[in-house]
Write a protein that binds this ligand. Structure first.
Ligand code: ZN
Length: 148
């Protein structure tokens, strides 16, 4: 009876230590946005499988390890006083905004047209992106998650 109790205590302590390690890791690497993992090798991104678990943000790759980050932008996107519209189909709502590893920002409309937005950068993206949600093994997976 006493020995079993001691083992339970030890397991509890181990679990607490692991939880603390996770929290410390999280504090070092906050990822306040959706991320798309960089492919393991060129052209084979589908081989990288990342489980979509509640702790995904804790195990997530660092900013340097991802291809880019993305967020949904449902409201009007006003840049330098003008509402941004898709140059190809003219829509002005329901964007996915990407920020790539080179800090360039891209817009994608619901029809899948993508255009670089030179007036926006990573600083703007980080200021406007919400808390971490998910990270994705592929761009397609991320787009599906965001409703595109
Ligand atoms: Zn479009």
């Amino acid at each position: 009876m006493f020995r079993r109790r001691a083992r339970a205590d030890r397991e509890l302590h181990e679990a607490q230590r692991e939880a603390l390690a996770l929290i410390q890791m999280h504090a070092r690497e906050p990822l306040p946005f959706d991320t798309v993992q960089a492919p393991a090798s060129a052209g084979s991104s589908s081989e990288v499988i990342v489980p979509d678990l509640p702790l995904a943000e804790v195990r997530g790759p660092s900013r340097q390890d991802v291809e880019g980050v993305m967020m949904r932008w449902m409201q009007l996107l006003v840049i330098e006083g003008e509402v941004r519209t898709c140059p190809k189909c003219g829509v002005y709502r329901g964007w996915i905004v990407f920020c790539l590893r080179d800090d360039s920002v891209w817009l994608r409309c619901r029809a899948g047209h993508q255009v670089q937005e030179p007036h926006l950068d990573a600083t703007w993206f980080n200021r406007n992106s919400g808390p971490v949600d998910h990270w994705h093994p592929t761009l397609e997976d991320g787009l599906r998650h965001l409703g595109h």
